[in-house]
Design a protein around this ligand. Sequence first.
Ligand code: GDP
Length: 214
Amino acid sequence: MTSAEFVISAVFPRDFPTDGRPEIALVGRSNVGKSSLINALVRRVVARTSASPGKTRQVNVYRMTPAGGSPFYLMDLPGYGHTSGGKQAQREFGALTALYFGSRTSPGDTRNHSRTRNHSRSDFVSPLCAVVLAVDARHPGLAGDVDACRWLHALGAPFLLVATKADKLSQAEKTKLTQACLQAFGEEPLPVSAVTGSGLDDLWQHLHALTAGS
Ligand code: GDP
């Protein structure tokens, strides 16, 4: 059984983990179902789900200790794409996300990274193992998701596309999903449902593989 605990809602880069444990970043539009997915993955409520989208601007950090797998941090990044908070809020979502990936893709301020301490730039070892982009299975290829995917691909980290709320798809939509995602993102999706639990075992297998040996 996986144990999972909420660590912190990081508001500043100094709040990000510093112990070098592997990290998986979870990215997606507000309301795409990231919190529900986290709770479904660990089979209990550790993440707060939101009735009103776009309220979270922090990076929610969870410490995951899977049975038989390597422990890792799940970094739930601020949801993007909701305009209810206005332009300023949009900039803030983007800013913290950019700061997070910036600190994980180049040494930057090495005081924040135990793994990089006393190491030169070329020795930099990022704790970031993979980026998981969550998109709504009913709406593959939204412009904001395509932009996010392009931006995330450019980071060069291993990438996984997850299609949430798969329980809401009709059989016809299920059949079309893979092709639609390949066309829009150049990636095959892993359909998951926090409601029925479908796809979660597959997702765990991917997470194990991505964090193993880090
Ligand atoms: P977040 O903003 O990405 O964290 O999204 P939430 O997890 O708060 O979910 C947003 C809404 O989608 C909530 O009303 C959830 O109940 C609903 N939801 C999330 N996951 C699923 C799912 O797998 N199936 C269905 N049918 N609804 C879901």
